[in-house]
Ligand binder design. Sequence first.
Ligand SMILES: Nc1ncnc2c1ncn2[C@@H]1O[C@H](COP(=O)(O)OP(=O)(O)OP(=O)(O)O)[C@@H](O)[C@H]1O
Ligand SMILES: [Mg+2]
Length: 281
Amino acid sequence: MGRVIAVANQKGGVGKTTTAINLASSFAAAEVNTLLIDCDPQSNATSGLGLIKDADRISTYHLLMGAGAAEEALQTTALEQLWIIPAHKNLIGANLELVDVERPEFRLRDVLAPLRDRFQFIVLDCPPALDLLTLNAMVAADSVLIPMQAEYFALEGISELLDTVDRIRASFNPELAIEGVVLTMFDERTNLAQQVTAELKRFFGEKLCATSIPRNIRLAEAPSHGKPALVYDVRSKGAESYIRLAKEIIAHYLAAQEMPQVAEGAAQEPELPVGEMDKSA
Ligand SMILES: Nc1ncnc2c1ncn2[C@@H]1O[C@H](COP(=O)(O)OP(=O)(O)OP(=O)(O)O)[C@@H](O)[C@H]1O
Ligand SMILES: [Mg+2]
């Protein structure tokens, strides 16, 4: 049964889409069948993999509205083992239109059920909002991967995201785990980055991914060529770091399956250091 990872952070521009595209590509390059689902009306993951805009093509919107099967929405990519379910800006309508349907939070989960045996990883690129689209992604997911920049106020806003994860666990998806927190656009040379990393390490413990993603121009250029970084420039620091992140997640997943006690320990939630957060604010 495949693992469904939602890449989420309600903050805009933190590297969700870059992470979703390049992590999914790195899984595929590691020869595991992988599906990337664009859950964001901005459709950056769709265009980033070179798909042209097409409102009529079966996309995430149609799946959520019950107007198509997931199987029919699959598109191939430049990588043999990577597929994508594209989005279009019409997806913005789903937020409103879904309000009237039954169990609106479970639409994506139900639609994906028949695909879960076909893919070892399904990566969901979420919009920068804690809206019904992100909710659908988190209800469909086994875990949430949180991309974050090492900024001074990095922990602000994260409490809202973790509260949302808690609420989803309580109401819809008790198994939802935190896959990890990954630092993006990271510049390890600055004191600030070092300080913030130390604070995040205290806060998230082993949930802070060992791999961080450096700021790398190739990662920013690749989407305009419609390619994941490892196709655009496999030797770039950006491509290399996402390959490392994919390996870290695969290793963790394999270890967790073989050693359930490790999985349990790893699933422990970090406590919110409310006092510390207040001070830093
Ligand atoms: N490691 C990196 N190095 C250099 N540029 C990066 C890196 N990661 C992301 N970027 C660039 O930063 C911008 C924001 O990244 P991205 O689109 O991945 O963020 P996002 O969280 O998906 O944004 P949104 O919230 O709008 O969906 C993009 O222009 C992207 O190319
Ligand atoms: Mg995005």
